[in-house]
Design a protein around this ligand. Structure first.
Ligand code: DON
Length: 582
């Protein structure tokens, strides 16, 4: 065995070589935001400085991202919120999209009278009923402190007056240029003059500003009822979509019981199904049965064990997870110790267990976004939100300025066939009216000695649970600093296709050869175009010091407020000492 043990130092190439600069890190004590886009992160900082808590700041960041990070920030999509305030009260909000009431099991299988089979990734039939506005309103009602209007206002300003286009935003639009050009209204907004807006230009979205004003004035009713709802319905009728005013009026974000599990000394808090929190929990529990110390190294034997754990957790995901309101979902199986003990015993330390093989589909370029917020008192919010693909299905709702999601592809739309993440999912996740599609998203908070210690999450489609788990191992098992934990190379095994996907140029060829010898098929992903996750994380030390980290795999940002004095917390105005990138 010792021949195939590659020491850590040899197997990791320098992060900078493959990914450009290292993670962007900021440290302070007055509050922190880590997010994909700087203008939106600053909107959160602005709220913290006004005396808002982490929940207030998170709501402001979410709305601002819907303006300044259109590939994934959204009001036309959905997501998951987990928060835990400074007193330890956790709140889990599921604002996943649902299938319209007119959607049927075979929607994407049976053609229409002309033989055309609708697509779950493109066009009006790809969208689920959005959940974001309802989710944010609910989270604010339960955990917010400042007035709702104060939190929506920064986004309105950014949409109405415009925001300065960064290189990351310009590139993100350029990557999806062809898809964005297909719909005239979308092209008008994101391809002014037929091209992506140049870096430094100001991008204004007046229609979106008006939609946000309705939300500011009438909370979720501003989106799900009244003018906006009527306009959504008429746009859907014109385009052949299924979403009606009835679907909008019936949409409900749900408070879920937070899913908690242990890993060594830490308590982890995430969400149950239809989030993939149970997959994350299963991986942590299997690690316990295998022996966590065996996963400590980054050598081939421990990576083999990790890949085998991931494979088994994903097998359960595909078989047992879906919307818990529908039959066949058995999420408790994923955290049942007796069962997991048996599953752990099926892992052969010397040989990969085959799970059937199919080539990985070519297409992999989707987009979700995660942001983390911690306030000066230690309250924490972890939110992952998405339109599914980058820019959703690249169609703006006529006259309303927001992008539609293409989340229907997260259902098992066609039996036995992989979705855009190569996932082949079971009947448990088939399409049904009003049903939530299963998600890989699982934002997380790690609690040590009763205190919020780490907050993180990631986009990345099916790689989300494995990314979150590998960050967890790096922090809680290997004792890495948050920035090292986020930057470290990652790999992914999702049971089907039966292969380890890894970030190219970041692993020692000897490590790869050793895994192949153990029976694994190893496939490389281009780290720049197709990284495994883009984590935005915050650590809080017992003395209150906050470190915000943005993954070097993306152009995100970690910002902190340097110091808020105890007396001024909660009634604070503009100290003006934000730290972040130059
Ligand atoms: O909810 C899910 O599992 C997917 N819609 C997430 C998509 C995603 O993360 C794309 N990001 N890069």
């Amino acid at each position: 065995m010792s021949r195939i043990l590659a020491p850590l130092a040899a197997l990791l190439l320098v992060a900078g070589e493959a990914l450009g600069a290292g993670p962007q890190v900021a440290t302070g004590r007055g509050g922190a935001v880590a997010a994909a886009e700087e203008t939106a992160a600053r909107a959160g900082i602005e709220i913290l400085k006004k005396g808002g808590n982490a929940a207030d700041a998170a709501v402001a960041v979410a709305f601002a991202l819907a303006v300044t990070w259109p590939e994934a920030g959204n009001i036309g999509g959905g997501g998951f919120w987990i928060s835990r305030d400074a007193r330890g009260r956790a709140l889990a909000v599921d604002f996943r999209e649902v299938a319209p009431r007119a959607a049927r099991r075979d929607l994407y299988v049976r053609g229409d009278a002309h033989g055309a089979v609708p697509s779950p990734t493109e066009g009006p039939l790809a969208s689920g009923v959005p959940g974001s506005v309802a989710g944010l309103a609910l989270a604010h009602r339960r955990a917010g402190h400042l007035p709702w209007k104060t939190l929506v206002s920064p986004a309105i300003r950014l949409a109405r007056d415009g925001f300065k286009v960064s290189e990351a935003v310009s590139q993100s639009i350029a990557r999806e240029r062809d898809r964005l050009a297909r719909d005239s209204e979308t092209a008008r907004v994101f391809l002014p003059g037929g091209a992506p807006p140049p870096v430094g230009s100001v991008l204004k979205q007046p229609d979106l500003a008006r939609t946000l004003e309705a939300i500011r004035d009438r909370r979720d009713d501003g989106f799900y009822r009244g003018r906006v709802a009527r306009q959504i319905q008429s746009g859907q009728e014109r385009d052949g979509g299924l979403i009606s005013r009835g679907d909008l009026a019936r949409y409900e974000a749900k408070i879920r019981t937070p899913l908690r599990f242990k890993f060594r000394d830490a308590e982890l808090v995430t969400l149950p199904a239809p989030s993939s929190g149970p997959v994350l929990a299963e991986m942590a529990m299997l690690a316990g049965f295998v022996g966590v110390e065996k996963l400590k190294g980054l050598d081939a034997p421990s990576s083999h064990l990790l890949a085998e754990i991931e494979k088994r957790a994903f097998r359960d995901r595909n078989r047992y997870l879906g919307d818990p309101m529908f039959p066949r979902v058995r999420q408790n199986l994923l955290t049942d110790p007796a069962r997991l003990k048996e599953i752990a015993a099926s892992i052969d330390p010397l040989r990969a267990t085959p799970s059937g093989a199919l080539p990985l589909p070519e297409r992999e370029k989707a987009s979700t976004t995660h942001f983390s917020v911690v306030d000066a008192a230690g309250g924490a919010v972890s939110v992952t939100t998405t339109l599914n693909d980058s820019f959703g299905n690249a169609r703006i709702a006529p006259g309303l300025g927001f992008l539609w999601n293409n989340e229907m592809d997260d259902f098992a739309t066609r039996p036995g066939q992989p979705n855009i993440y190569g996932l082949v999912q079971g009947e448990v996740n088939e399409v049904a009216p009003g049903k939530r599609m299963l998600s890989a998203m699982c934002p997380v908070i790690a609690v040590l000695n009763g205190r919020n210690a780490f907050v993180w999450g990631t986009p990345g489609g099916s790689t989300i649970p494995t990314t979150n788990f590998q960050v967890l191992l790096n922090i809680l098992l290997r004792g890495e600093t948050l920035s090292d934990a986020v930057a470290a190379p990652r790999f992914h095994q999702q049971d089907f296709p039966d292969q380890i996907q890894l970030e190219r140029d970041r692993f020692d060829p000897a490590w790869i050869a050793a895994l192949e010898k153990l029976g694994h098929t190893v496939v490389e992903r281009k780290p720049k175009e197709n990284p495994i996750g883009r984590v935005h994380a915050i650590a809080r030390k017992p003395d209150g010091t906050l470190t915000a980290v943005a993954d070097p795999r993306g152009g995100g940002v970690g910002l902190v407020v340097q110091e808020l004095s105890r007396a001024r917390r909660g009634a604070f105005s503009a100290p003006g000492d934000v730290a972040g990138p130059e």
